[in-house]
Design a protein around this ligand. Structure first.
Ligand code: C2E
Ligand code: CA
Ligand code: CA
Length: 750
């Protein structure tokens, strides 16, 4: 049972570990997928934003060009020389330029604010004179803010006659570039194909203090593994877009940057986002994922734990009910059997002895001191035995005051002395007491020759050794019988009985008790059965079951029966002499009488000697005796009746074919065996139906029915209901002395 428990616990543990492992793997997969997804998501987001900004910029620049071209064509068509400045000023104000300048093919430009500037060094002007639109960023230095030139050719009749320049602060471009995330983490800037900054961002995270992006990275940046600055440089020259991951040494923030051509000059838009911003979101994702997983695992573990705990609790409770004796808090029979089974499984021949042990007169303790004291005594006995046992030895309480012990066997003498020691310890409490109260121990020991033997057989042998133990002297603390000794003891006992029976008879040690038979109708004592007792001066009252089997073996029983019969006759004679109204008395007849052909002659003689009227003596023969000697009895019944005896069939229902007997042998009284009323024997209803049937049959055959061994009110109620005639049982009275019987019977009548 233990083993199985461990195994299931082990399996549970494996399952638990597997679950946790699966969760951890799932977590890892989730985190890595999330990582990839977040990385991809960042890059995709960046490209999208980049594209968006580029489109905006492109649109804005084109708008500048278109605006300037419109201004230029109007200028060529409608404006006179002297009006040019006024016109340019109007248009500059209208469109928000710092100034508008009209540049001639000689590079000299006249501006709306009255300046004259030589533009010969400006590529955009050069380009525009060649018919191309241009944009140029100009750093003015000296703390003045940078400016941006937009240049468009001025065409008259298909010929470029000059260039119109719109000068703008960089702000207007920057404004459109300020497509920043709300947290200000994202920003953009513009470089040309050499990496020179065209527009730097004012964002606090942007690279500052550098003219060239590539220089900045080279001097103060670290490109993430997997990316390459040279690839970006090549891409930029080829007009390709891409993504670069890098960090600057001064703040170490990891950044993802997309670069895409703007479609304006050779300009590139750089859009930058710190990956940590995305990373933070990712961390939150991961953290929540891990927390959710941990919570799930935790809940699962808790659930399993609760289930296990409940199971364990339940098991403990069941084990307690099934295996713990509530009185001693120790092993009960089931537990003892289980433990004994385990120990005997691998045991060698004569390794163990089984001891059955009980306390003499324990019932007295319960009766005189109460059940609480009784229970305490049992616990005391149990604990004392336990203290005297070795590690592999066990004790269990089996029934009321019976204990089984499994003990190691060394020799008969060690077992004996150990049990004697136990008996001494059990009675040790007497040492300090003035009024000594001894708990004598009676033990039966079976040396287990064959451990493979059925446990029940082993226990039966120890038990029958205990029960055969009749040698107990009152004063003795402990009496032990070995199973192997039983046969010898029985023979000793039989020899003793045989040796002493003759003298016992002459010394009048055989007396009889009378058990009243009560009529159910009016609850009067209407008869009695004489039951023999051996009043042994040494042993006290000895009951018939102890000596009758021996007397039947040696044939002395017939003598005893006649002796009792004669005593009964004397008693009836006395009653009659005293003027009492005698009740019939039943005497038992052993089967042995039937082997003597003229046995009834003796009964007749004695009956006549005491002048016993007919019908006052009943002869009881048991059902089995009658069944086995059918012919004999069949022939004898008539004579019995003629002699004035009443014929009773004893123990009816204990044997077989009972009903056939009734048909053929005219007995007068039917004594129902007490087995019928044994409630433990099975279904009460079945017994009741049989009794009811027998009674109605017996009534038809004119028989009187006596129910024997009736102990409870319920049985009595039933017997009244089915109209049984008489009851002989403890419910009314145990067998009592003659004096007591006379008092019970005649006092009431008087
Ligand atoms: P039995 O003839 O069946 O006697 C009835 C036995 O049942 C008696 O036991 C009596 O004490 C017991 N008894 C009566 N009412 C109750 C009850 O309500 N509950 C229980 N549990 N037992 C009850 P006892 O006196 O020990 O006699 C035992 C047997 O010895 C008798 O059984 C009978 O077969 C035999 N016996 C007794 N006296 C003589 C005798 O003089 N001659 C012969 N041959 N046998 C006798
Ligand atoms: Ca009887
Ligand atoms: Ca009987």
């Amino acid at each position: 049972m233990k083993l199985k428990d461990n195994k299931s616990l082990y399996t549970l543990l494996v399952i638990l570990v597997a679950i946790v492992l699966i969760f951890i793997v799932m977590c890892l997969i989730y985190i890595s997928t999330l990582n990839d997804a977040v990385g991809e998501e960042t890059d995709r987001y960046l490209s999208e934003v980049s594209y968006h900004i580029a489109t905006l910029l492109n649109y804005r620049v084109r708008a500048h060009y278109a605006n300037l071209e419109t201004i230029a064509s109007t200028y060529v068509q409608y404006i006179d020389e002297d009006e040019y400045q006024e016109y340019l000023m109007d248009k500059a104000n209208e469109s928000g330029y710092i100034r508008l300048s009209m540049v001639g093919t000689n590079y000299i430009g006249y501006s709306s604010d009255g300046l004259t500037v030589n533009y010969s060094g400006n590529t955009s002007v050069l380009n525009a004179l060649n018919g191309k639109r241009g944009i140029e960023s100009i750093s003015r230095g000296h703390g003045e803010s940078d400016i941006m030139l937009f240049a468009v050719p001025v065409v008259d009749d298909g010929v470029v006659v000059g260039v119109l320049i719109g000068t703008s602060t960089k702000n207007d471009l920057i404004l459109s570039l300020m497509v920043e995330s709300s947290s200000g983490e994202l920003y953009s800037q513009i470089i040309d194909s050499d990496g020179d900054f065209i527009v730097v961002s004012t964002n606090k995270n942007a690279i500052s203090g550098y003219i060239n992006f590539f220089d900045a990275i080279e001097e103060n940046g670290t490109v993430s593994p997997g990316d390459n600055i040279h690839k970006m440089q090549e891409d930029v020259l080829d007009g390709k877009a891409g993504i670069l991951h890098y960090s600057m040494k001064d703040n170490g923030v990891n950044k993802a940057m997309s670069y895409s051509p703007l479609g304006i000059e050779d300009w590139y838009l750089l859009t930058v986002i710190p990956t940590d911003a995305a990373g933070m979101q990712k961390a939150i994702f991961i953290r929540s994922a891990v927390i959710i997983n941990i919570v799930i695992i935790g809940l699962l573990l808790l659930l399993i734990l609760i289930v296990m705990l409940l199971q364990k609790q339940n098991q403990n409770r069941l084990e307690k009910i099934a295996f713990i004796d509530p009185v001693t808090k120790g092993f009960n029979k089931a537990r003892f059997d289980a433990e004994a089974g385990i120990r005997l499984e691998g045991a060698k021949k004569r390794e163990y002895v089984a001891v059955a042990l009980d306390i003499q007169r324990f019932k007295l303790i319960n009766d005189s001191f109460g059940t609480k004291a009784g229970d305490e005594t049992l616990k005391h006995v149990y604990d004392t035995i336990g203290r005297n046992l070795k590690a592999n030895e066990i004790v269990g309480r089996i029934t009321a005051d019976t204990f089984y012990v499994l003990m190691n066997y060394e020799s008969t003498s060690t077992v004996t002395s150990r049990i004697e020691k136990i008996a001494q310890d059990i009675n040790a409490f007497n040492e300090t007491m003035e009024q000594k109260y001894y708990l004598p121990i009676m033990a039966g020991v079976y040396i287990i020759d064959d451990p493979k033997l059925n446990l029940i057989t082993i226990q039966d042998r120890a038990n029958s050794a205990r029960k055969s133990n009749k040698e107990m002297r009152q004063a003795q603390l402990c009496s032990i019988v070995f199973y192997s000794e039983m046969q010898r003891l029985r023979m000793v006992r039989e020899r003793e009985i045989t040796n002493r029976m003759e003298s016992a008879l002459t010394n009048d040690e055989f007396i009889f008790y009378l058990q009243p038979q009560v009529e159910l109708e009016n609850e009067r004592i209407v008869g009695a059965e004489a039951l023999v007792r051996w009043a042994d001066p040494q042993r006290g009252v000895v009951y018939p079951n102890e000596f009758i089997p021996t007397l039947e073996k040696n044939g002395f029983i017939t003598k005893l029966d006649i002796h009792i019969f004669e005593k009964v006759c004397k008693l009836i004679e006395k009653w009659i002499g005293e003027g009492r109204d005698p009740v019939p008395v039943s005497v038992n007849l052993s089967r042995l009488h039937l082997t003597e052909s003229g046995f009834l002659d003796e009964y007749e003689r004695i009956k006549n000697r005491y002048s016993i009227p007919d019908g006052l003596i009943q002869l009881e023969l048991t059902e089995t005796v009658v069944y086995e000697n059918f012919e004999l009895i069949y022939n004898a019944v008539d004579r019995v009746h003629k002699l004035g005896f009443v014929m009773a069939l004893d123990d009816f229902g204990s044997g077989y074919s009972s009903l056939n007997l009734l048909k053929d042998i005219p007995v007068d009284i039917l004594k129902l065996d007490r087995g019928f009323f044994d409630e433990e024997r099975g279904s009460r209803n079945r017994g009741e139906h049989i009794i009811e049937g027998i009674i109605s049959l017996a009534r038809k055959l004119d028989m009187v029915i006596v129910a024997e061994g009736v102990e409870s009110m319920a049985q009595l109620a039933f017997l009244k209901q089915v109209q049984c005639d008489m009851v002989q049982g403890y419910i009314y009275s145990k067998p009592v002395s003659i004096e007591e019987f006379e008092e019970l019977t005649f006092a009431k009548k008087a």
